[in-house]
Design a protein around this ligand. Structure first.
Ligand code: SAM
Length: 280
């Protein structure tokens, strides 16, 4: 839609939606609706019912559109992201939860009993999306999320409070490589979605706004998985379950690293092996 978006322009919400869709082609339809709801200050679920209503373009709208055109995530503008059906506070201090991570949460829930009491450890917790989604579905369980980044943990804390899980969800600021020194207990379920993109990869140039510490390893993209191989035996109960998110091209190499464990892989919606699972 060729429209010169400028301060003071009056148009309908529907016209603004068409503008977004044709001028920011990298946005999915869902993200376009998210952006629209942010720009017009109307709840996401009601915005499409208001397409005929007028809106006056102001400076905030112009700046936001320009940012999103450059690739700034709409979820950071809204300070909100939906994951596994729950709302999470997000900002530039945390990775925006990915849809493939929902596969991990789903796989955990398929392998446990809803009403049992589990002790869960979520390594590299970030926004807390994995831990919180699990605790919401396992009402008798308790969990700890660990992260090296204190700023990320502050967001995880906000999300634990948002979901009223203060009595069952706890956080520890520590380096994953030394977690065996942190706990004198063993866990029933261990989850981890670590950084797994090598700094040398092409992918690194696409990420401009999310925290580097959440995505990138040094040269070795498998470093977290290699280190955990030796640490987790001390942290996981016998017969405990371990679930790691992995990169789409890592399963064959990880099979070799974990050759002495009976690992299996779970595919995402595109058929890529994205979760590695085994029983201790
Ligand atoms: C890929 S993000 C995952 C965040 C969240 N669990 C999710 O699935 O959206 C990885 C997280 O690992 C944390 N991290 C990076 N290096 C770490 C380390 N050595 N020890 C603990 N956490 C680390 C980052 O701060 C970041 O929050």
């Amino acid at each position: 839609m060729s429209l010169n978006i400028r301060k003071g322009l009056s148009l309908s919400i529907g016209e603004l939606f068409l503008y977004i869709q044709s001028n920011i082609p990298h946005l999915s339809k869902a993200a376009s609706i998210d952006l629209l709801s942010f720009l017009v200050n109307v709840e996401r679920k009601s915005v499409l019912a208001k397409l005929k209503e007028p809106i006056l373009i102001d400076e905030r709208a112009i700046n936001s559109i320009e940012l999103v055109k450059k690739g700034y995530p709409v979820s950071y503008l809204r300070k909100n992201h939906e994951f596994f059906g729950y709302e999470f506070y997000v900002d530039e201090n945390v990775l925006i939860p990915r849809v493939e991570t929902e596969v991990l949460v789903e796989e955990v829930l398929k392998n446990v009993h809803k009403d049992k009491e589990y002790k869960i450890l979520d390594i590299c917790t970030g926004s807390g999306c994995i831990l919180i989604s699990l605790l919401k579905n396992l009402p008798n369980s308790f969990g700890v999320g660990i992260d090296i980044d204190f700023k990320a943990l502050k967001i995880a804390r906000l999300n634990i409070e948002k979901h009223s899980l203060e009595n069952r969800g706890f956080l520890v600021n520590t380096d994953a490589f030394y977690i065996d020194k942190c706990f004198n207990t063993r866990f029933d379920i261990i989850t981890m979605n670590p950084p797994y993109v090598s700094r040398n990869s092409n992918y690194s140039s696409f990420i401009k706004y999310e925290p580097e510490i959440a995505l990138f390893t040094g040269d070795d993209d498998l470093i977290f998985y290699k280190k955990m191989l030796f640490i987790l035996d001390k942290l996981c109960k016998r017969d405990g379950l371990i679930f790691f998110e992995i990169g789409f091209d890592q399963s064959e190499r990880l099979k070799l690293v974990y050759k002495d464990k009976n690992v299996r892989f779970v595919e995402d919606y595109f058929g890529n092996k994205r979760v590695m699972v085994w029983k201790n």
